[in-house]
Design a protein around this ligand. Sequence first.
Ligand SMILES: C[S@@+](CC[C@H](N)C(=O)[O-])C[C@H]1O[C@@H](n2cnc3c(N)ncnc32)[C@H](O)[C@@H]1O
Length: 441
Amino acid sequence: MKARSASMSMAVDSNDLQSALAEKGLAISISPEKGRCLIAKRSFTRGEIVLLQDPYVSVLDSASVNKRCDVCFRLCTNLKRCSVCKTTWYCGGTCQRNGWRLHQHECKAITSLKEEKQQTPTPSLQLMLRLLIKRKLQNAGFSCNAHTICDSELRPMGTGLYPVISIINHSCFPNAVLLFEGRQAVVRAVEPIREGSELTVSYIEIAASTASRKKSLKEQYFFDCKCLRCLKVDTPDGLHEDAILEGFRCSSDHCEGFLLHDPDDAQSLVCQLCGCGRNEEETKKQARKVDKLGKEASKLLSSGNYSEARSLYEQIQQLQTQLWHPYSVILLRTGDTLLKICMELYDWKQALKYCRLTIPAYERAYPTCHPMMGLQYYACGKLEWFLENTLEALNFFEKAAKILTVTHGRNSEFLTQLFDRIQEAHAEAAHLRPRYDDNED
Ligand SMILES: C[S@@+](CC[C@H](N)C(=O)[O-])C[C@H]1O[C@@H](n2cnc3c(N)ncnc32)[C@H](O)[C@@H]1O
């Protein structure tokens, strides 16, 4: 499997690539709106691996350099450093030997840069250097996007070039997910994929309104999205979805209706459930004030002033609750920020409160099988476990496992650890259950 995916990475436009893809049940096709795309030539079931690829070249980000092995990207406590350039670290002899073909050339360049300019190259410069060396060694033609390589909990750890993965187009409602095992890219189906359909992943955060998603894609990837979800923007379904994701709330505190423009008064929004009106300009004015507070809070957060940041974000959350729809992603993000701040402050109880609060909004904003949804259940589970709420922890771990089995794979190291935790929680729950049952009597 590895050998085949490696050969894919060397021959992007060749017949070799088409036949390697055909063996995997895939083919490259051309779409008038999107250019090249990958098409399924057989059906794939939910959770099935569609594509695996090692990077053509990769580099760790600065924060991971002396914590992870440069070749396999594993976290390791006793890494060995290259004795010549002293900037590249390996988990052992095997990885050092595997990396040597490329590193011997890079090592010379880094050493002379350090001698002449007293500088260590930045990760992006190092990635370019590796690309140039590899192209020279293989005499290969090349065009492809860079991918951020993340760990199982979606924390960035490096950058890599994956020529075949780069052929996959974006959708705001994708049928596959791209994750990494070490630095190997793994694409798994998150929906059943029928023969003849296009394989899609998401390039951006999809829990956002159509306008926000379009803006991100334009700013980061320079294209206008033509996916089905974006195309339904002006339909009743599309309007409803956007009005919840990033729309204002109904002026009645107890109503969860969504607002649309009043056809008779362009200045007003009207609740589609109870009919209450809301002045749009006035509400936007209040929202701008809250945005301003958000900028101050974000400065406090980046300077590490967690206590003050927390009280300002709490204030922001209260104001946002009066403005935005209860399931809006705006409230969800503030809840997530408060969760992270509480974790920094080791306030596990409050962290759990915020984590739990975000769950209903996550459930509405993400498709059922999305890694972010699985990881949020997992975060709740870990906090419940830490606070010794065994049954609640078990409930969240099981919800997380159902999704993460699909997105990360049952046999991944991450899932193995999660299933170990579930087993441990089951054992503890069985031990506790008689006491719970007694209390209920
Ligand atoms: C990483 S490449 C994907 C492969 C590309 N189609 C090709 O021909 O090489 C990203 C580019 O594909 C096109 N693309 C991907 N997803 C799209 C979408 N949902 N709507 C429109 N264009 C898309 C855009 O031109 C974008 O810059």
